[in-house]
Design a protein around this ligand. Structure first.
Ligand code: SF4
Ligand code: SF4
Ligand code: SF4
Length: 278
């Protein structure tokens, strides 16, 4: 069990399966705390997170260790209190779609910042809850506005994004209020990039770890291209796929493309050496 499940799970199997963490009440509470508004309260803040990730990497490249450490602490503080994410599997996503309302497809602040994508090509992010009405009312401020989706439509869109290789993540906007259902990749996603490249934990690993059964693996290599976390490699010695369990975020994307079903997800809690590595 991760610290978030301990704090906010309230008896549910996972903290993000607890409907209370999507409640309108939390949105209102959060609105009374402007410092906790995060990217949803201020649409530029999500871009700000992406810019911060980029500034962090630039500082590291020029060897400015003082700035690196200052920004690392700042990122941790933001993540824990305001804007924190965790990777989820496809099965968990389907459970979450039964909890949330409304759900809207919106533009991705990270890709806008990293790639300069125009809004019409950038609808890869999803938002949940009453904050979505703000995106509907002020499309000029909340760039591109929002397309509201039924749960079935959302599932179809998410399956398409997943087939493209995007990882499903959940983000808080004033922890534990969950309002972001993101679809991310490396290097576009500032959270993935900072987690993988510099171990700044804006994004936590998921509750599962993928394992390859070498007896079933036929060495096709398809899974290796799916991993956004640098956890998968192909061994030229065994001609099989390898997963680094310390690096696996449990997104389950590799499993989607494995025709002989050689990849399975194992609950992190059942692996003592990895149970506390998030
Ligand atoms: S977290 Fe993912 S979907 Fe959300 S803004 Fe960043 S890259 Fe886009
Ligand atoms: S996709 Fe499956 S069969 Fe192909 S290399 Fe990966 S684990 Fe092996
Ligand atoms: S190894 Fe598979 S489950 Fe683990 S992070 Fe990579 S793609 Fe996701």
């Amino acid at each position: 069990m991760c610290v978030w499940c301990e704090r906010y799970g309230e008896g549910h199997e996972r903290w993000y399966l607890n409907p209370a963490n999507y409640a309108r009440r939390l949105y209102k509470v959060r609105k009374d705390e402007p410092e906790a508004a995060g990217a949803e309260g201020n649409p530029q803040a999500a871009g700000g997170m992406a810019s911060m990730g980029r500034a962090f990497l630039e500082a590291r490249e020029r060897g400015d260790l003082e700035t690196v450490e200052r920004m690392r602490k700042q990122a941790h503080d933001i993540a824990w209190g305001i804007h924190f994410g965790q990777v989820i599997t496809q099965e968990e996503l389907e459970q979450i779609l039964d909890i949330i309302y409304p759900i809207g497809l919106m533009t991705c602040a990270c890709r806008r910042s990293m790639r300069g994508l125009p809004d019409e090509e950038n609808f890869t992010c999803m938002g949940m809850g009453p904050g979505m009405y703000k995106w509907e009312r002020w499309p000029d401020t909340y760039r591109g506005g929002v397309h509201f989706l039924t749960p079935d439509e959302a599932k179809q869109v998410l399956n398409t994004l997943r087939s493209r290789g995007l990882v499903h993540t959940l983000f808080t906007f004033g922890t534990p209020y969950l309002a972001g259902l993101c679809n991310c990749d490396y290097p576009d996603c500032a959270a993935i990039r900072t987690a993988v490249d510099v171990d700044v934990k804006v994004l936590w690993k998921g509750h599962y770890i993928a394992e390859v059964d070498p007896d079933l693996c036929n060495g096709c290599g398809l899974c290796v291209r799916r991993c956004q976390f640098k956890a998968l490699s192909f061994s030229p010695s065994t001609l099989k796929a390898n997963i680094d369990p310390l690096q696996c975020y449990g997104c389950s994307l590799c499993r989607d493309v494995c025709k002989p079903d050689a990849i399975r997800l194992v609950d992190r809690a059942t692996l003592p050496a990895l149970a506390e590595i998030w």
